[in-house]
Design a protein around this ligand. Structure first.
Ligand SMILES: [Zn+2]
Length: 481
């Protein structure tokens, strides 16, 4: 018995349930990719599958639509695999259990993969329908979006004729995404020198930091655990002598770090001064982050006396300088679109010990020039401190187009269906539209999608009624001549 039987639109939910029954987390999309290929074969549709697993399926124009401009319908095949600790499902190999909860679909203990299985379901349902008028459809389904937009980066779109692309990977019905930031990762590396010292070992840790997505949440004023640690040592320097053993923090360049910890040595007599410095510093955090990150503090643990390898005095100075002088956070707000962050960076991961000082940043901007400028600043500071920078994983932005026929068409259809204006948004994060539009000269893109919440978590939900309304919207957009 199918769980989603009876839901409308039946074809969309039918394909969605099939997709839920095929494991398809990032890097494990082959089975779903093959399912799409079989779908095309069974219906005699032209298709292309590349070695990564990206699939393109062509649906020729229905009668009367041969002269209408073709359109790409696009989404990604992979999903984030996250689950609650007690869930026994092996998401690489076993299907999730989809459930209905009022107006929502969710999965039992795991992510649902509405992001972005719903786009795949819409695409297949459009290709499968006998009664939906449309121009030539080019359904483009990519792999490994969630792990760095890899499928979009690798795909060859030369078999596509369309110069317009409707991406279905947004999570708010009624919000059309019309631009996104580009970005790059910067790894700054400064060699260190070691000394051996003895003293009382002190450990300090961050606690209660909220962290977040380094694009979407960079303007929330939350504290960065790594730079906070740097600032603490700037204060401690004024209060007492100490030797630095290590500072480590963060998990990924594109996540605002929640956790950082440091180990340092002090003389027995200076322990009270350290405790006073921590208390003074926590007082500053309380006041400055009372609204944006109210529960943050540094927690000190005083341990035994020991002899250990520490950073030389000069390496310690370099580390504290790098943590405090490297730019971090929002650098510029957009003057085109109020409230949009234009340029930012996030000191995501740090590893500082006697072997060296390593800082990893995610830089984002709507403008390539502004992104490059931030990269140049990091390079200048790093080189002044005797180190070097490497840049990796560059991805192009999708600049907001002042004129977009596809956006105008979507706005017109939306107003007819909903009786109100949609919101047009530009996001400070990477989207596949950025990469795909850099591959096709003049590609006119927009990103839409039904209401979803808590994506990338086991609480992920998708609204059934919203899926139905977006289906009507899609059909109406395709019916326009
Ligand atoms: Zn997605």
């Amino acid at each position: 018995m199918k769980v989603l039987q009876g839901l409308e639109p039946a074809s969309v939910f039918g394909f969605f349930e099939d997709i839920c029954n095929i494991p398809h987390i990032s890097y494990h999309e082959k089975e779903l990719s093959d399912y799409c290929v079989n779908f095309a074969k069974e219906r005699g549709l032209d298709y292309k599958q590349d070695s990564m697993g990206n699939v393109i399926i062509i649906g020729e124009a229905t009668p009367g639509y041969e002269d209408v401009e073709p359109i790409i319908i696009q989404g990604h095949l992979d999903m984030v695999g996250d689950k609650v600790p007690e869930c026994p499902i092996d998401m690489e190999k076993e299907p999730i259990k989809v459930m209905i909860d009022g107006d929502y679909l969710t999965a039992d203990g795991t992510t649902l993969g509405g992001d972005d299985g719903i786009a795949v379901a819409y695409g297949l349902a459009l290709l499968d329908a006998k009664d939906i008028p449309h121009p030539r459809l080019e359904v483009v389904l990519t792999v490994s979006e969630e792990v760095g937009l890899e499928g979009a980066t690798g795909i060859d779109l030369s078999c596509c004729k369309a110069k317009r692309l409707l991406n279905i990977d947004s999570e708010d019905e009624g919000v059309f995404t019309a631009g996104c930031a580009g970005g790059v990762r910067a790894d700054c590396s400064i060699p260190g020198e070691a000394e051996t010292k003895s003293g009382v070992v002190c450990e300090i840790k961050t606690q209660g930091f909220l962290g977040g997505h380094s694009g979407i949440e960079i303007d929330k004023g939350r504290a960065n655990a790594n730079t906070t640690m740097g600032r603490f040592f700037l204060l401690l320097k004024e209060k007492t002598a100490f030797d630095l053993v290590s500072i480590v923090g963060g998990v990924k360049d594109n996540v605002i770090p929640k956790n950082a910890s440091a180990t340092f040595l002090v003389a027995e007599n200076d322990i009270e001064a350290v405790k006073a410095a921590v208390a003074e510093f926590n007082g500053y955090l309380d006041v400055e982050y009372g609204v944006s990150d109210p529960d943050i503090e540094l927690v000190l643990e005083v341990k035994e006396t020991a002899e250990c390898k520490v950073l030389s005095e000069i390496s310690k100075e370099k580390a504290i300088t790098a943590l405090n002088l490297m730019p971090n956070g929002v650098q510029a707000m957009s003057m085109d679109l109020p409230g949009l962050v234009e340029t930012s960076l996030n000191m995501g991961v740090i590893q500082i010990d006697e072997e060296g000082i390593n800082l990893c940043f995610s830089i984002r901007s709507s403008y390539v020039s502004a992104k490059d400028f931030i990269g140049a600043k990091l390079k200048q500071i790093t080189e002044m401190l005797g180190g070097s920078v490497s840049f990796q994983g560059q991805y192009p932005g999708w600049p907001y187009a002042r004129d977009s026929k596809l956006r105008d068409l979507c706005v017109k259809v939306y107003k007819e269906q909903y009786g109100k204006e949609p919101k047009i948004d530009v996001i400070h994060a990477g989207l596949e539209c950025g990469i795909l539009s850099s591959k096709v000269e003049g590609l006119d893109c927009i990103s839409i999608g039904p209401d979803m919440s808590d994506v990338h978590t086991p609480d992920e939900k998708i609204s059934i009624s919203s899926v139905a309304r977006v289906w009507e919207f899609l059909k109406a957009v395709l019916a326009e001549k």
